[in-house]
Design a protein around this ligand. Structure first.
Ligand code: ATP
Ligand code: MG
Length: 604
């Protein structure tokens, strides 16, 4: 059983699609060569015309688990590549030696694949790591030095900060700015050879200290850092800065459209400055990649900061990165979200060039809309109270059970039927009984006198897929809590039998038979935060955690749910969508997670 293929989801145009369509129409990248792997200009020149019409990339830093914001970026980049005859590379941006971990590398690969994407293209495996480009990055730095476009600055960090100026004040040239290329080359090699202490010098691009764009005021491109790197070990004691490394990574991989979030907009002039210089020197192929920015995903009630998510995990506010309340891809997956739902969500929110907040209900809506057409139905009673059919023995026979059936899915008859048995005792939701019902309550209530002194007859309701019953009353404990409800079965009213609808009822309730019910632990998850913008302004996001984000109940579910595999999704009629938990559901103990309710319960 699969959700509608994503390829069939109507595609809404957006500015990125328009840019790509224009480039394809104009043949901007039509003459590109591809050397079969990332490389410099001559490597690609010796290759073939690129079979990929466009190349995009998803470039995570392997320093944490991916979240729903990354999912948007994955769907965007891999989706555009798929739609336009291109490929998308998965590139680990591992140029920062201190923060990365191979545990994250595996989890990221897993997340991309689970979302339904692949970095393989024919025989080509487009899985790359930026640290493989350190040699080229070093060579490009020497080229910049030789052409007078970079210099080694030995001011202190503080001097550099002061001399950078600010938004109103232009910067001041460093006294080291006038060094000759030969001097700079010698100093840069000294940096590389470990002759200078950490922080004693940086290599800076020589652009314009008076530029209104502070990012162009001679940005640092290499720093000294004696740190072990998970890929290159202790080979390097200098590491490229992200703003220098990233454009080069794109260029070596022949990326055509480099899509990033809006905060990098001010970096675009440097991106182009750098790649223009390297293309001029024929170090990289032309035309070089272009950067385009889109608005990051901000989702209400959700944190999308790796640092803050890590804090929730480290302080044990959640059970781990894959806690079903976490907005991580592993968390969403365990919660019961499907790749199809996340892809649909990404398609619906689209891409824009200005920041906005997406309502959490959009994510839930995508889940409902993808699961409703396919999820098998089942009845479950989450807050059970026993209902006794007092006349069962006379009407049906003592100890008798009567088989009822229901379609697995109301619109997919090919999925067949499920069956379960009704007997003298069934479980119903305790909220389906009221001694003195409020106006508009059509479920179980006994004969009573209402607040205006009117005599009201006992209600008649249908046990879904079963019989019509008439409420008699209930037994209560010393605290007034209802411990058992009683009703009479009305003969010849069983669903699907002739004349069964002779008695009209206003209420239909779900139930499971005491005799064949399966007991299950059900985890009722809700939003992790009570406020739309956790941690916004000066607020402490830890204070805004929803104390009721997890409620665990012992429920009864219908017998068709005995022994279902982990990760199976159902619609529990009236209750919403549920999945068997990936970690804790076993053959001996059923554990279901609520993915989301039938409708948005947070509507204002
Ligand atoms: P964080 O700030 O949470 O650490 P990040 O942006 O540093 O996230 P990266 O690993 O650098 O994480 O991100 C990989 C890619 O995912 C980048 O291209 C980035 O633009 C994109 N991305 C990250 N967060 C979001 C978001 N909220 N919405 C859309 N794209 C995002
Ligand atoms: Mg980042």
């Amino acid at each position: 059983m699969t959700a509608p293929a994503d390829k069939d989801t109507p595609k809404i145009s957006n500015f990125l699609r328009q840019i790509i369509e224009k480039d394809l129409a104009e043949g901007t990248y039509a003459a590109r060569q591809w050397g079969g792997s990332p490389g410099d200009a001559s490597h690609h020149a010796a290759g073939q015309p690129d079979p990929a019409k466009v190349r995009l990339r998803f470039p995570p830093e392997p320093n944490g688990y991916l979240h729903v914001g990354h999912a948007k970026s994955i769907c965007l980049n891999f989706g555009l590549a798929r739609d336009y005859g291109g490929v998308c590379h998965l590139r680990f941006d591992d140029t920062n030696p201190e923060k990365e971990d191979t545990e994250y590398v595996d989890s990221i690969k897993d997340a991309v694949q689970w979302l339904g994407f692949d970095w393989h293209n024919g025989g080509e495996n487009n899985l790359y790591q930026a640290s493989d480009y350190f040699d080229f990055m070093y060579r490009a730095a020497e080229y910049l030095i030789e052409t007078g476009n970079a210099y080694v600055d030995e001011q202190t960090a503080e001097q550099m900060r002061v001399n950078r100026g600010d938004f109103v004040k232009p910067g001041t040239n460093s006294p080291f700015r006038t060094r000759t290329p030969a001097e700079n080359l010698a100093r840069f090699r000294a940096m590389r050879n470990g002759q200078l202490a950490d922080g004693a010098a940086v290599l800076r691009a020589k652009i314009d200290m008076a530029s209104p764009n502070i990012n162009l005021r001679d940005p640092a491109i290499y720093r000294i850092r004696r740190a072990h790197h998970h890929n290159t070990g202790d080979k390097w004691c200098i590491y490229p800065m992200y703003t220098y490394a990233h454009p080069i990574e794109d260029a070596l991989e022949q990326i055509t459209h480099s899509i990033c979030t809006l905060e990098f907009e001010d970096q675009r002039p440097f991106y182009d400055w750098l790649l223009d210089k390297l293309a001029e020197g024929k170090l990289i192929a032309s035309p070089h990649p272009r950067q385009y920015e889109f608005a990051r995903l901000n989702l209400t009630y959700v944190l999308t900061s790796k640092r803050k998510l890590a804090q929730l995990v480290n302080e044990k506010r959640v059970s781990g990165w894959d806690d079903p309340r976490m907005p991580t891809i592993v968390g969403l997956r365990r919660r019961g979200y499907t790749p199809e739902a996340i892809q649909l969500f990404a398609e619906r929110i689209g891409v824009t060039k200005s920041d906005s907040w997406i309502d959490y209900s959009t994510l839930e809506g995508a889940l409902r809309d993808t699961l409703d057409p396919i999820a098998p139905r089942a009845m479950a009673v989450l807050d059970p109270v026993k209902l006794v059919l007092t006349n069962w023995d006379e009407v049906m026979g003592a100890g008798k059970l009567d088989e009822c059936s229901a379609p697995v899915h109301p619109h997919l008859p090919e999925l067949g039927k499920r069956s379960f048995k009704i007997g003298k005792e069934v479980w119903i939701e305790s909220t389906d009984y009221e001694e003195t019902p409020p106006k508009g309550f059509f479920r179980l209530f006994p004969a009573h006198t209402n607040s205006s002194g009117q005599a009201i007859a006992a209600s008649k309701v249908r046990l879904k897929y079963g019989h019509v019953i008439e409420c008699v009353g209930a037994t209560k404990d010393a605290n007034g809590k209802v411990t058992e409800v009683q009703a009479k079965l009305i003969p010849d009213t069983k669903s699907g039998t002739p004349g069964s609808d002779a008695i009209k009822v206003k209420g239909v309730i779900t139930w499971v038979g005491v005799n064949d019910a399966v007991q299950a632990e059900v985890r009722l998850y809700d939003r992790l935060f009570t406020v739309e913008h956790p941690g916004a302004g000066d607020s402490d996001f830890l204070e805004e955690l929803n104390a009721d984000s997890l409620k665990t109940v012992t429920a009864f579910v219908e017998p068709s749910l005995a022994d279902v595999p982990t990760g199976t999704r159902f619609q529990f009629e009236r209750h919403g969508y549920f999945v068997t938990d990936m970690k804790d559901h076993t053959a001996g103990k059923a554990v279901f997670n609520r993915v989301t309710g039938m409708k948005d319960s947070w509507v204002k």
